[in-house]
Design a protein around this ligand. Structure first.
Ligand code: DX5
Ligand code: ZN
Length: 221
């Protein structure tokens, strides 16, 4: 099973965004994870289309945009125009989830859905076949550098089983507290795509850390 490593730009040095992105590419990153926070759904405020567009001008890597915003549909069009490849919305912010997924796909992006740690998987069951990506949050969203919540492991395993039984081909991503000591167990539980912020940008050699995470995800024993 191919795995994807998606460095989270939230932990990058924004005074050197182009260099940080080039470093991710040189280290073999598969995607770049872009965290959009609105200061309402989550207690932190980041950025929007302008930064997505700046990142797009630096790289051809897929931009994996995670919308932590109320009324996420307000941003679909401008974010896709800015260069987003994947738009992932929170089920807690999307009462018309099926309609939102269809709209994202109509705009030409991959459609992802995510859930807070306290939100049951049952809330996405009916849309699994329509998804390109299911993201399991392993921290409460809002900040980088938080501690991995271990209950996420069982949730990943249950999500994998649900995707299989629904016949869904969605990717299964995990976000929050992913590092060398947590990535293997998430992979073993069924995740194939891994977001990592602090583990990469806080490492002594961030470029080498991307490769180290990939190795750690796939233990030989
Ligand atoms: C948290 C964000 C994450 C965050 C992950 O709200 O969604 O993408 O950047 O950062 P780490 O890997 O440091 O937990
Ligand atoms: Zn994220």
């Amino acid at each position: 099973m191919k795995i994807r490593i998606a460095p989270s730009l939230l932990s990058a040095d924004f005074t050197r965004l182009a260099d940080e992105i080039a470093m991710c590419e040189a280290g073999g990153a598969d995607w770049l994870h872009v965290d959009v926070m609105d200061g309402c759904f989550v207690p932190n405020l980041t950025f929007g289309a302008k930064v997505i567009e700046a990142a797009r001008r630096c790289t051809n890597l897929p931009l994996d945009v995670h919308l932590m915003t109320l009324e996420p549909e307000k941003y679909f069009e401008s974010f896709v125009k800015a260069g987003a490849s994947v738009l992932t919305i929170h089920v807690e912010t999307a009462p018309h989830l099926h309609r939102q997924i269809m709209r994202i796909r109509e705009l030409g992006a991959m459609a992802g859905v995510t859930l807070n740690p306290s939100t049951p998987l049952e809330s996405v069951r009916e849309v699994l076949v329509d998804l390109d990506l299911l993201l399991i949050m392993s921290v409460n969203p809002g900040f980088g550098g938080q501690r991995f919540i271990p209950q996420a492991i069982d949730k990943i395993a249950r999500a994998r089983a649900m995707l299989t039984s629904a016949g869904s081909r969605a990717l299964l991503e995990v976000d929050g507290g992913i590092a060398r000591d947590t990535i293997a167990v998430c992979h073993a539980a069924g995740a194939d795509t891994f977001v990592a912020g602090q583990a990469i940008f806080g490492a002594a050699d961030p470029r080498a850390e991307i490769a180290a995470l990939r190795v750690a995800a796939l233990p030989t024993t």
